[in-house]
Write a protein that binds this ligand. Structure first.
Ligand SMILES: [Cu+2]
Length: 157
């Protein structure tokens, strides 16, 4: 059976239920930041919850020559980002946020400008605790800013 494109929103759970991979990774609120003509790099963001301990080891997309899993953090007074060469750990049942200013997927050497309201295909590569790799295909909407429900913590209530 060929995997079919996974749509975001209410269909996500349904689509994931048919994944050919053993692990049902839950991906929510995925988006990629729109770019202007000539811009060579951008970021993609999402929330990933793995049912068992998993590591996000790679990302690829046809729109970028190079795609990496990055982290951004303060180094003294300077905000720096670097590739996570060991991958991003996704502990079982914990929602891990990829968001501006933190972990993110870095898309570099862009081949096209990412237009607002379009979608881009992204392939995530995961490794389980036994070292077995699997991939998950996403179609990620392009936005100019984070969706209101993503990247914000609940206030009050
Ligand atoms: Cu980066």
């Amino acid at each position: 059976m060929k995997p079919f494109p996974r749509y975001l929103g209410p269909l996500l759970a349904l689509a994931l239920a048919t994944t050919v991979q053993a692990q049902n990774l839950d991906v929510q609120n995925a988006w990629a930041r729109a770019t202007v003509q000539g811009q060579k790099a951008t970021g993609a963001f999402m929330q990933i919850t793995a049912p068992v301990d998993t590591t996000l080891v790679g990302v690829s997309t046809p729109v970028a020559g190079v795609a990496e899993v990055h982290e951004m953090k303060m180094d003294g007074d300077v905000m720096r980002m670097r590739p996570l060469t060991q991958g991003l750990k996704l502990p079982a049942g914990k929602a891990v946020q990829l968001q501006p200013g933190g972990y993110h997927l870095m898309l570099m050497d862009l081949k096209v400008a990412l237009q607002k309201d379009s979608t881009i295909p992204l392939t995530l590569t995961f490794k389980d605790s036994k070292g077995v790799q699997s991939t998950q295909e996403l179609r990620v909407p392009v936005r100019v800013a984070a969706p209101a429900e993503a990247g914000h913590h609940q206030h009050g209530n």
